[in-house]
Design a protein around this ligand. Structure first.
Ligand code: TTP
Ligand code: MG
Length: 404
């Protein structure tokens, strides 16, 4: 039998709100709500997250901001600032790297680590957990919660149990007992429809699912039923897949009709640059290489790449370099079928480099940063169609871009 794996799930506590509290000592201890502008209770949009003090009023992520206002009008309401959140995300990723190279980031504030091979360097699981807490706190002045278990499923559930600053360890022999009392909805792949169907069979908890006849589940739900039965028994072989597998972030767009219109090409390039920049920032990534891909009507495809001295994640720079790449392609009135923009060459030391690089124009950089933050917060609330930085030329909306 294969050796037991040791999987850690790390999730930051009240991530955006904790960063606001850290950066604004005057907010300390007050309920903090990060999200849309409440506009005295008339605001639209939702809560991104809130501090634990605010949760006591029943405020939570994705709740209408107007309801949050109603529940606690004296809370501190702030707009999201993606830049410091992305910076903290990069910092925690760097800390994870001190513990194992097998890190799979799941979102901006959360990751799986496979520490099967490295745990012995840190002693017991408990010592490992305490050290992770301490290192994250030292580097970011933020707290996190940890679940340590033999598989992803259990590690993820465990990290959520004792938030904030939780450390829950589930030993291999305890997995089934740990899972049994939990609602079936805690299992991966159990959405609302499955929950209703299971409920009709009298299955509400993971234990009840585990006790259910396996063949009968398979008969009713096919492969999905069998997978659920396995999960209910704590059988989850999914590997931690390191982020290094993602070496680039790119988007491409196929025109509804092939085009030779330079304005349409330029504005499409701008939209692609903006999507890529947003995704980079969302994942706390910056890259040094910008690649532009162009496919002509006859399907010939060319790529041009430029590598910069500094890693970047902002729309104007990506757009500028992507355009310069395109200028190196002879178009000669040829019709364009597809355009793509990709950023690669991710630099985990991006923040450090910045400290030594004097920006050429601080004021301009600051303005761009504020604009970028504002756009990110609008997009996170209303989706990508909501707002676009303009190229000098406008164009009518196009069909959805295909993400690569
Ligand atoms: P979560 O980890 O789900 O939440 P959290 O870190 O704020 O709180 P917890 O202690 O319960 O983990 O999400 C991480 C960040 O993602 C969160 O701080 C804000 C953002 N987010 C949104 O913008 N909208 C959402 O609906 C959710 C769930 C999160
Ligand atoms: Mg979190």
């Amino acid at each position: 039998m294969a050796a037991e794996r040791v999987i850690v799930h790390v999730d930051m506590d009240a991530f955006f709100a904790a960063i606001e509290e850290r950066d604004h000592p005057e907010y300390r201890g007050q309920p903090i709500v990060v999200g849309a502008d409440p506009k005295g209770g008339k605001g639209r949009g939702v809560v991104s997250t809130c501090s634990y003090a605010a949760r006591e009023f029943g405020i939570h992520s994705a709740q209408p901001i107007s309801e949050a206002w109603r529940r606690c009008p004296h809370a501190v309401f702030v707009r999201p600032r993606m830049e410091p959140y992305a910076a903290a995300s990069r910092q925690i990723r760097k800390v994870f790297g001190e513990f194992t190279p097998d890190v799979e980031p799941i979102s901006i504030d959360e990751a799986f680590l496979d520490v099967t091979a490295s745990l012995h360097l840190f002693g017991t699981k408990h010592k490992f957990g305490e050290r992770m807490h301490r290192r994250i706190l030292e580097e970011t002045q933020l707290t996190c919660s940890l679940g340590i278990a033999p598989c992803k499923l259990v590690a993820k559930i465990a990290s959520d149990l004792e938030k904030p600053r939780g450390l829950v360890i589930v030993e291999p022999g305890q997995v089934e007992a740990f899972l049994r009392p939990l609602p079936v909805g805690s299992l991966w792949g159990v959405g609302k429809r499955t929950r209703v169907a299971l409920d009709a069979l009298g299955i509400a908890t993971i234990g009840e699912l585990a006790d259910f006849d396996r063949a009968e589940l398979t008969r009713r739900f096919g492969k999905h039923g069998e997978a659920l039965w396995s999960l209910a028994h704590g059988i989850d072989d999914r590997a931690v897949e390191p982020a290094d597998d993602a070496k680039s972030v790119g988007n491409q767009h196929t025109f509804a009709t092939d085009t030779a219109d330079p304005r349409l090409v330029a504005s499409t390039l701008m939209e692609l640059s903006e999507k890529v920049a947003y995704r980079l920032r969302h994942h706390g990534l910056r890259g040094r290489t910008v690649t532009t891909k162009i496919r002509f009507a006859d399907f010939t495809t060319l790529t041009r790449a430029t590598t910069l001295a500094r890693p970047i994640d902002d729309t104007p720079t990506i757009y500028r370099v992507a355009s310069q790449n395109l200028e190196r392609v002879r178009m000669k009135g040829k019709k364009v079928r597809l355009l793509g923009v990709t950023v690669s060459g991710f630099d985990t030391k991006a923040r450090q480099l910045d400290l030594f690089d004097q920006p050429p124009d601080r004021e301009r950089d600051e303005k761009q940063r504020l604009l970028t933050d504002a756009i990110d917060s609008i997009k996170s609330r209303f989706g990508h169609g909501a707002l676009r930085q303009g190229t000098t030329l406008d164009r009518p909306p196009e069909p959805d871009d295909e993400a690569k």
